[in-house]
Design a protein. Structure first.
Length: 175
């Protein structure tokens, strides 16, 4: 099996939990860059946060995400959020998307897994979006990846293990 397989979906759908599970059973993963930027900014009392300056935040995430994706050495990797997530977030915020995002949007991932929402949505110190905004983000993420020609596989709301088994089976069929 080989390829770059992306996880996307609204905040709180279980992407990071799924990535951590796959890592724990031996798969290579790329952590969510946005979450890392938020943690770093909060730790240093920074202002490059999506609820303060969405544009600056998405540009910072893009730079780090490109670096992480360009340094992938594994033949098979699961990626927690991708370049096009930034496009979707900027669109939902009503902001103009810089050309640099579009320039880097094509042919990056072999397949995109859209993680469907869980029945219960919980906000935290990094996940501040309300349920309504979360639903809008989910549909915009799907539309954005489709617009750029990516094959999308919806991952149903199940246990982490059931979702992981579904994804691994899909990857095996794709390879």
């Amino acid at each position: 099996m080989k390829g770059k397989f992306l996880f996307t979906g609204a905040p709180g759908v279980g992407k990071t939990t799924l990535i951590e599970y796959l890592k724990s059973i031996g798969y290579s993963v790329v952590r969510e860059t946005a979450r890392d930027v938020i943690e770093q900014q909060q730790k240093n009392n920074g202002t490059i946060l999506p609820w303060i300056n969405q544009m600056a935040f998405q540009k910072r995430v893009l730079g780090i995400q490109l670096e992480r994706e360009n340094n992938i050495s594994s033949n098979l990797v699961f990626i927690d959020r991708g370049i096009l997530d930034g496009i979707a977030y900027l669109r939902v915020a009503g902001l103009e998307v810089p050309n640099l995002f579009y320039k880097n949007a094509y042919n990056r991932y072999d397949c995109v897994f859209l993680i469907e929402p869980l029945p219960k949505y919980v906000q935290d110190h990094q996940r501040k979006e309300k349920r309504k905004v979360s639903k809008k983000l989910h549909s915009t993420l799907k539309e954005t990846y489709q617009e750029f020609g990516y094959k999308i596989i919806s991952v149903p709301a199940n246990s982490v293990k059931e979702r992981a088994d579904f994804i691994i089976a899909s990857v095996e069929m794709h390879s």
